[in-house]
Design a protein around this ligand. Sequence first.
Ligand code: PEP
Length: 248
Amino acid sequence: MRKKIIAGNWKMNMTPSQAVELVNTLKPLVANEEVDVVFCVPAIDIIPAIEAAKGSNIQIGAENMYFKDNGAFTGEISPDMLVDAGVKYVIIGHSERREYFAETDETVNLKVVKAFEKGLTPIICCGESLIQREQGVTMDWIRMQIKIAFQNVTAEQAATAVIAYEPIWAIGTGKVATTEQAQEVCSGIRACIAEIYDEATAAAIRIQYGGSVSAASAPELFAQADIDGGLVGGASLKPDFGKIVNYK
Ligand code: PEP
């Protein structure tokens, strides 16, 4: 039985002092041990957020990392920095990073491999654009993203990964995918993992849905056979996140 994982993606919001305030506000609202609760926060907020979350069930994650250990990469954050700060999860390949910061399937793969090497759990994002959905190539596109993201990743590592299926047209638009659309793609992703590895790995890997998840849409989405929780943007900054975490 896979444990649900509900992660917030704060994006470029919250100063360090606001981050502490938000963690303190949400702490009692997300106190649900039945699910893994992760707040993925801006790099500068990681240390104060970890401090504020101490003693709670909240785990602090990162929104990105670089694929090298250290060196002349001005402005980047290394995986060792995240590990040393106490981070366990890191979002990799969010569509906003692909669109605005030129991330490719190849750099996503390098980051996924490096995250595993350092003991971090990647939350690997994939998803189609509206045009791709209309062209009927959604699953082809996502299968390609997944196959490249998992190059040089062992079955043992893959079993611990988290994949976030996030249709780009649903992110930040208030236009949530239908339950059927979300389940269909998440099931297709699991089948793709079974093809790359085996049934046991596919049964173990956790697959989230992301894209305008709200307290209203979470219960039906998270009840689907292949949806193991959500990656939540806008609503993760509000008390509503407590309702999403306690979706049952
Ligand atoms: C996201 O940032 O990953 C996301 C899904 O955002 P939102 O929930 O705001 O659509």
